[in-house]
Structures are given as structure tokens and as C-alpha cells.
Design a protein around this ligand. Sequence first.
Ligand code: 26V
Length: 798
Amino acid sequence: MMTKDEFKQAFLDELDTHFSVAIDEATDYELFEALSAVVRHGYSENWRRTRTEDNRQQTKQVYYFSIEFLPGTLLRSNLLNLGWLDQAREALHDLKLDLDQVALAEPDLALGNGGLGRLASCFMDSLASEGYAANGNGIYYKYGLFKQKFVDGYQVEMPNDWTKSDSPWLVRRKGKAALVHFGGHYTMIEQDGWLTPEYEGDQVVLAVPYDIAVVGYHNHVTNTMRLWNAEIPSEDEIDYRTIQDRRTIEDLTSVLYPNDSTYDGRLLRLKQEYFFVSAGIQSILRYFVKNNGTNAWDQLPDEVAIHINDTHPAMCVAELMRLLVDDYRVDWERAWQITQQVMSYTNHTIMAEALEKWDVNMFRQLLPRLMDIITEIDRRYAESLQGRVDGQIIDRTRIISGNQVHMAHLAIIGSHSINGVAELHTQLLETTVLNDFYNLYPDRFNNKTNGITLRRWLQLANPQLSHLLDEQLGSQWRNDSAQLLKLTKAADDPKVLNQLAKIKLANKQKLAQLIKQQTGLEVDPQAIFDVQVKRLHAYKRQTLKLLHVLALYRDLKNGIDHPKRVVIFGAKAAPSYVYAKQVIKVINEVAKLINHDPAINDRLKVVFLENYGVTLAEQIIPAADLSEQISTTTKEASGTSNMKLMANGALTIATMDGANVEIAEAVGDDNIFIFGLNKDQVNQAYADHSYDPQQVYNQSPVVKSVVDMLIDGTIPACQAEGKALYDSFVQANEPFFVLADLESYLQAQARVETAWQDQEAWAKRSLINIAHVERFDADHTVQLYAQDIWHLTPLAQA
Ligand code: 26V
């Protein structure tokens, strides 16, 4: 434990030691660094002890391989988990400082794009908090996810050179470096009766780990997230001749998701994937051998689980095989059994475009030995099924088909567990994209619905609501979200409902200030705060929200009134995704039009906040009344902003897609607004091409009148983009059913408006949403992974 006064002293000491400054001379970043130094002292012993405890108890550990992590900021989250948050807040207050203000100096660690990377970070937090020995394994990108700016309504990407600010959370561990080999040729030579590859002309890259402590909640467990940086090996390790050589090495871990529209871009991505996979697996085996020697490989599955987060690390399967067979001389069959027991795989999308396939020639050039290993895995796979199943099924499920390496197939064939991320998503995997595999290996498939860490998304993001929950339930819910269900007892207590509404209003006032600061716009905190925050993608249908905004605008202009509403967007578009960028431009122009139209008189405001990311999400989500989860049914694997918004008392308007289905089940039909085509209707339309958007457009006056606003000159300064959106909606076989769902969506929004009229009933629905969040708590989710997939038991409490 740490008292307030101890904290204050420790903080002042750090400020003095590091910077020799008094408080009033220190910059915000110096204050942040001094605080982080105190925090590091708080976990360093636990960090060391957790490693040695794992070792002593021979506890099984999971290694979560993910090409993306999105931790956001760590100062407050580490303070919370150490149990020091209140003391720190009070100590700073005594010194006339505001912790939240100082915390703003910390930049987001943004080494990911969206849901997949944030899920990985939520899981890291939950695994440590549930006491599991877990390790993250990823890439130390020099440039994180770009910073987004709007210039003239267009998205502009600025580099995110985060390493410049010297994050206090990373520890470089040169002593744990590994060498990773690319390219060249090899020949198999016999050594003591074992065929071993001899390499020639390969490029050698030094992988140096940067470790970040992952502090568990009030439990003395501190795990590690390891990010690998590509560096030039020193001259005694390898002789590097040309500047070009050196540059290609440094480029390897330079950027997150390099542009994949060129050959070189794709090659770089493949290199990145192998780089962190090889370094990670080497370090796992090195540690295992240190503890067990080189003769205990059958124990590997008792001590190690390796998780493949989406297909990007699918090469884990082949790399483990390579190291076992080539370096440790384990028989192929035995190595294969071990590999399958160790590996598990999560699929995060059914969208064909996102299922990775690599050109065989590219693969062979970059990774000649690994390609041959994969070829052998593939050959044996086909052989094992020969004569047992239809040849077409074998052809469809092989890893190598034509000139492509199918990474999902590699992950599936090499793993004992394959899971989807929501019930509907798993069911769709089983019945559609992975149906052949499901028929072959039904027992390997299972569902693990995503979750979010309530520590970050409720305790830290919404302290006032957390306080109300303490008053109502005691503080136990902070450790055990099942307690939240008891909140339903207060569902008819007007006092509690009133407090809940007051807290929401206070959060909205705070967000209104931020909006004012960032955009200059005044918004009314009494209005409905209607929020859609997520990556910009056609299937997520920010366009549908846009059409609703246009419908409201048209009504207001025609004297048809609606409750006051502030529509808030946050979204980044992939830099090369032209359509997504057009959507941003149109939304920004529509916002400008509406926000400055005196006839609207503030009844409707549209706010598109720049640079959506973890920190901005923490500010927006607690202030939301309405959560927009309006993807085309079957397309959103799960979604996780839906869970964060629900936990903060927003009501959801949603299609029956991803985890929305389970949210609806949890809160009941009265407490959610469902609309749109269901999965059978969508799949039917795909199958028989029966969707005719032109027909919808021609037959529905409502649809036509709204969609026409995109091309009739209503919106100035974005004619081309407006036309592009219009064309996308009416094109034959439009895959996202925007017009098909529009009327149903507008009707659901009308139900929202009716519900909003009765504020107490709204607050009651909000309370019921909060009460049912346990199902979506990542603590719960990782327990299921630990039990069903990884077979871990928690570390004994230290
Ligand atoms: C999807 C697509 C769609 C087509 C074009 C390119 C492209 C690239 C990436 C992706 C998504 C890749 C995987 C992913 O991030 N999936 C997200 O994972 C979240 C965590 O499980 C889940 O909540 C989201 O629904 C899912 O989209």
C-alpha cells in the first residue's frame, strides 16, 4: 500500500532526480514522466516476481501473437491496477495539480488500426487481472497509426512518430535479442544422420525486444507485452555491406500495415509477419530449453499455449515446426502433434478480402525453408484425407492452392482450436466460409464472444458512474462484474434514475467543452448525443447514419420537428481507401451545411471529431445516449464499441449483427432498437441476387427524397463525392444493403425519439443496459479462453 503522503514524496523525489525542477517549472511531460517513474517502482518487483513465479510453479503460459496492439495511455490504468489511483489524485491535488490534466501529456500508444488491436490490449489487461501468466508478442512499429486531420473536409494523414517522446513504459532488452533470416538459398546436408538446412546468401536481421509491463488489478501479477524491433546486427554477428541493406532492415518495422496495393508493400507486410513470429517463437523455445533441456518436448504443450490472433501470425505453425525439426531434431510426426496441441487461432472477419493469401513465388523467395515446410504440411494434410473424403473438399481446404498460400488454412490445420468472436460470427464461419473445415473437424470450432475491460472503459473513463455503482452495490463490482446485475433492483427507483441522468448530463457537458475546444462548435448537452465511433468502412455504414442526418435536415427545413440531437462521428479511413475518404468528405460538408444553417437553429448538430483513437473514445463514450451499431448484417464479426457504449449506459440502435445479437438478448427487446434485414434475408439476397436497389429507390419516396439530396446541389463543395456515394447506393448488387435498410432505420430512429420523450423511462433502459454488461466483460471472456482453449490455471496469489 502507498499513502497519499508517501506518493507525494516519491513524486517530488522523482521530479528532482530526473529533471532537477520544482513543480511550477516542470512541463506537463516532465510531470508525467516523474509520475510514471513512481508507477514503475510500484510494479517492478511484481514484474520480476511474476516471471520467477511462473518459472518456479512451471505454470502454463499463453503467448498472444498479434500484429496489432492498441494500449492507449498507461499512466492511469497502471495507477488504478496498482491500487494507487486515489492516493495519486489526492497527492497531486495537494500540490495544486490535476492528475487528469497531467495524464493528458501522455500520447496514445497506437500500434494498431481498430477493434482487433484494441481487443488484444483489453485481453492483456484482463489476463493479468485474472492472474494468468500471459505474454503479448507484437511489433515495435516506429510509426504508429497515422494522426488524422481534416483539411477542407478531407482526411489528411500525419506521421505518428511516437518513439520520439521516449515512452517511460518500454524496456529495451538487448540481451534477449534473436536473429531472423530472410531470403537466400539453402541445401539440406546430413549431419550425424540428420538432414539439416545450410543457408547461403540470406539476410539476417536482429530482433530486439521492447517489453512493457502489464499490471494486473490488485493482484501482484505483472505480465509482459513484448514488441520486437528490427535492427542491424553488429559486425561481429554479421557483415553488412551496403547502405541499401541497412536501410531495408530498418524499414522492416517502420510502419503499421504498409500499403498493400504494390508488390513491395505486400512483401514488406509478409516480412513483418515472419519477423515477429520467428523472434517470438525463438524466444519461447529458448526459455523452454533453459528450464527443461532439449529432451522434454512432449511437455511443451503443458507449459506453452500460442495464440494466433487473426491470420497475420499464422506462420507460427510453420515456424514452430521448422525450429523443432531443423534446430532441435524432433521427428516430424512428434513435432506436428506438439504444434497442434500448442496452437490456437481466432478468426476476426468473414470478409473474403481480408483473408490473407500470399503468392507462392513471393513466399518462396522471402522464406525458402518455411515455404518447403508449409508444402510438406500441406502434402501430409492432403494425404491424411485421401480416400476418406471427397477430393473436392481436399482441394478446397488445402493450404497451397494454385499459386497461393492460404494463411487461414494453415492456421486451422495447425491448431486444436478455432474460434469466432461472437455467436453469430462463429455460426457463420461454421456454415459458410469455413464450412468444409467445420465438417472435417467440428470439435475444433468454438465461440468466444469478445469483451472489453471495464477497468478502462468504465472505472477510468466514467468515474462518476463508477461512484454511483459503488453507492448502490458496494465496490465488489470492480472485481466481479456479475455484481452489476443487482443494479436492476434500482430500476424503478426514481432517485437512482435521476442520479444516473445527472451523471450522463455531466459527462455530456464535459464532451461539449471538448467539442467546443476542438471544433469551435457549441452543442447543447440536453440534446440526444448520438454516437458512431469505429473505423470508416462501407460495411459499417456510416453512410446510413449520414442519410438519417439528411432526412432530419430535410424535415427540420420543412417545419417537421424532432428532438434536439447532436450526431457525433469518430472514424479513420485507411489511407488508400478512396470510398471511405469520400464518405468523410461528404459527412464533413453536410456538417458544415447544417451547423451553419440559421433555419436549423441548433436543433441538429453534426460533429466529426478528428483523430479518433483510444483516448478520444474514453472521452466520447461516457457521454453517449445512443450507440450506433448499424453494420450490414453478417459483416461485423463482433464489434466492441457496442459493448463500451452499453457499459456507459448508452442505448443501442442496431442491426442483428455480430455481438449486437447478444446485447439484444441480454437487455431484452424493450431496451434496444433493432432494425434492418436479418442474416437469412441478407444471405438469401446474396445467393439469388434478388436485391435491386434501383427498385427500392424508385418505389420509396422517402428513400428517393433523401438519397437525391446527395446529387441535387443541397450539399455544396462535394459534388463528386456526393455523386460517388449516390452511385454506390444504387449500383446493381450493392453489397451493403444501404437503401434496403434505410426505411427500417428511419423508423427505428423514430422509436428512439419517442423513447427520448420520457426521460425517466430512458434512464431506466440505460440502467438495465449497464446491469447486463457482465457477458461482455473481457475478464469473463479470457477465463473462457483460459479454460476451453489454453488450459491455463491462474497463478497462485503472490
Ligand atoms: C476487414 C477488411 C474488410 C475488407 C477490406 C479489408 C479489410 C481489412 C481488415 C478487416 C478486418 C480485419 C480483422 C478485424 O480487425 N476484425 C475486427 O475484429 C474485432 C475484434 O474481434 C471485431 O470486433 C470486429 O467486428 C472485426 O471487424
